[in-house]
Design a protein around this ligand. Structure first.
Ligand code: COA
Ligand code: AMP
Length: 626
């Protein structure tokens, strides 16, 4: 632990010196004279007066250094039976021309561009093209429904939307264009244009002159050079679920992000230029932003874009096939993916067909890694299985076993130690910071390191309220956990209304708002209950308005559909029970924690503040049923 300890200490004691050194690993048009601007505390800005371009660092500089023929991107799509590769030069050519398309349609530095795309190369090209011209992209996950897209468009106010005609879910074609049209219909804000990449699986209906065909626009486009941006200028906005019904637009700045991700690749992931790095996630999530798109390219690696699932495309050997076929050194995904493989192929028999000799690490994040899945993966693969903990807000790991810096013994259930830059503390219920062995809120002392969110889009006050006001000088992570005597951190789960479904983050509050909007519903509660595959899934309980006499099963079904239509299939809400009443405290707070404990079969004392214990008792059989 010695090497790690020294590096971590320096990052905390001398952040300016530490990150000033790290900043030398990216290219600047103008080097920053200020590493960290503390003048607007509690909002901190990294490298505010430096000038750089993230796309230049991800593509141009590798080509300029003579590595243009190195593979930048491997696209593997079992759902369309397609494979394609792009060298750094080829990717640069596409990105620079698409940047020309964006500029030609009026997008310029600081403008927002919403990207609603499936897992195809054009999604990366669109993101990098935005970075190239200094436009701020906001990628919306394809599993979200039109209403979610509309909320994000109204908040980000983009000049353009970029989409594709469809996504493909195993063997189901999901037409994206009608969803975009519906979202644009619902929005108050109207972007000038919508660029549509037409896939052979679905022909989009184009609304001229608003809609522009990607391929035709590219034919006439010329290459565009990178635009210099200030280090603190935003690179992207990524919306994530908070405790309220409206998602928060997490803002990521250009320079801090490039510096932190570039540092993370060799130190956390032991990834060197030329290594093949595969993050099996989606570009719509933070893992996709950071470790499919930006970090591997910043570090000169080859990134894999996989349009498929761990199982069913075509079988539970998909991970092994891709690793073997492309010589993947490190795979990064969510534990759910491995639970899915384990369920279909419990002995890992399919592995025997593949040569995994180049495979060195499995990194898992997005939800708690249960010790059973850890042991299964570790025994099967015989390589380090690294649990690491992070959030959309931080953009890179807060705690990890740093494979390139100082690998440590693994403790199942722990993402190991705080990553340099993160000063992680535990606060107990009475507001005291506590030592090893005591459970509490996980907080991070500010300033957060580079790469972490600097604000909520358009709302600094919301950012400070949500994250920085609980305890001045500390960032509230929303997770609970503890340190052990060896300094290992254990993250036990969210302490707020955020749930993790298959590594996807959802807000129970948002689902509740959708259910409560049904004309027959008087009040409702949504809880996250344990699920063997997805870690957690939401369950709803609804109380109907007096006088509603419609069939309960019909209403329950409408509520499930309502969530699917408004939030998206990704919510995985399959069960809503119509109940007579919800258990509450005497002050009227719904006892979600108690209901969750009953559903999960966990012993928990009934809170002394309960108003009517009989209501909770009556719900027991409902909550235990599935
Ligand atoms: N576009 C449209 N619909 C989507 C979608 C997308 N991009 N992604 C998911 N959906 C739909 C799915 O088709 C599914 O619909 P259904 O209820 O009609 O079947 C629903 O949203 C739920 O999707 P998902 O949570 O992915 O569950 P699944 O049952 O389809 O697959 C796993 C289960 C375990 C295979 C899948 O969750 C998985 O691959 N997990 C790996 C972890 C991961 O990638 N996490 C991301 C963060 S790192
Ligand atoms: P997201 O912002 O979607 O990446 O979700 C972040 C949340 O996922 C965190 O606040 C945690 O609750 C959870 N999470 C992510 N990684 C881990 C991990 N390694 N262990 C436990 N929980 C995790």
């Amino acid at each position: 632990m010695g090497a790690y300890r020294d590096v971590w200490e320096r990052s905390i004691q001398e952040p300016e010196a530490f990150w000033g050194d790290a900043a030398r690993n990216i290219d600047w048009y103008r080097e920053p004279t200020t590493v960290l601007d503390r003048s607007k505390d509690p909002i901190f800005e990294w490298f505010p007066d430096g000038e750089m371009n993230t796309c230049f660092n991800a593509l141009d500089r590798h080509v300029a250094a003579g590595n243009g023929e190195r593979l930048a991107l491997i696209y593997d799509s079992p759902v369309t039976d397609t494979k394609a590769t792009y060298t750094y030069s080829e990717l640069l050519d596409q990105v620079s021309r698409f940047a020309g398309v964006l500029s030609g349609l009026g997008a310029k530095k600081g403008d927002r561009v919403v990207i609603y795309m499936p897992m195809i190369p054009e999604a990366l090209i669109a993101m990098l093209a935005c970075a190239r011209i200094g436009a701020v992209h906001s990628v919306v996950f394809g599993g979200f429904a039109a209403h979610e897209l509309a909320m994000r468009i109204d908040d980000a106010k983009p000049v353009l939307v970029v989409t594709a005609s469809c996504g493909i879910e195993v063997n189901r074609v999901i037409e994206y264009k009608p969803l975009v049209d519906a979202a644009l219909e619902e929005c108050e804000h109207r972007p000038a244009h919508c660029v549509v990449f037409e896939r052979p699986q679905a022909k989009p209906v184009m609304v001229e002159p608003r809609d522009v065909n990607w391929v035709r626009a590219m034919q006439g486009a010329s290459g565009t050079e990178c635009v210099g941006v200030a280090g603190s200028d935003p690179l992207y906005i990524l919306y994530t679920s908070g405790t309220t019904g409206r998602p928060k637009g997490v803002v990521r700045e250009n320079a801090g992000h490039a510096v932190a991700l570039t540092w993370s690749m060799p130190n956390v992931y032991d990834a060197q230029p030329g290594d093949v790095f595969w993050a099996a996630s989606d570009v719509g999530w933070v893992v996709g932003h950071s470790y499919i798109v930006y970090a591997p390219l910043l570090a000169g690696c080859t990134t894999v874009l996989y349009e498929g699932k761990p199982v069913g495309t075509p079988d539970a050997g998909a991970y092994w096939r891709v690793i073997a076929e492309y010589g993947v050194k490190a795979l990064f995904t969510a534990p759910t993916g491995f639970r899915a493989v384990k369920r279909e192929d419990p002995t890992g028999a399919l592995l025997a067909q593949y040569d995994l000799s180049k495979f060195k690490y499995l990194f898992l994040a997005g939800e708690r890694l249960d010790p059973e899945t850890y042991t299964w993966a570790s025994d099967l693969l015989g390589v380090p299985v690294i649990d690491h903990w992070w959030q959309t807000e931080t953009g890179w790991p807060i705690a990890a076993n740093l494979m390139g810096l100082d690998p440590m013994a693994v403790k199942a259930g722990s993402p190991t130690v705080p990553v340099p830059g993160f000063d992680v503390r535990i606060m107990d219920e009475s507001g005291e910071f506590v030592g090893p062995g005591v459970e509490g809120l996980i907080m991070i002392r500010t300033p957060l390191p580079p790469g972490c969110t600097s604000s909520v889009w358009g709302d600094d006050a919301k950012f400070t309220d949500a994250y920085l006001s609980h305890t001045p000088g500390y960032y509230l992570t929303g997770d609970g956990g503890h340190f052990d005597d060896d300094g290992y951190l254990f993250v036990m789960g969210r302490v707020d209304d955020v749930i993790n479904v298959a590594g996807h983050r959802l807000s129970t509050g948002e689902i509740e708002e959708i259910i409560a909007g049904h004309p027959d519903v008087a009040e409702c509660a949504v809880i996250g209950v344990a699920d063997n595959l997805k870690g957690q899934v939401p369950r709803g309980l609804a109380v109907l308005k007096a006088g509603v006499e419609r069939d309960h099963a019909t209403i329950a079904n409408e509520l499930v559909q309502r969530v699917r239509n408004q939030l998206g299939a990704v919510a995985s809400l399959h069960q809503v029970d119509i109940v007579a009443a919800l258990p509450k405290t005497r002050s009227g707070k719904v006892l979600r924690k108690s209901m969750r404990a009953i559903a999960d079969g966990v012993e928990m004392a009934v809170p002394s503040t309960i108003d009517n214990p009989a209501i909770l008792e009556a719900l027991r059989p409902v909550l235990r049923s599935q």
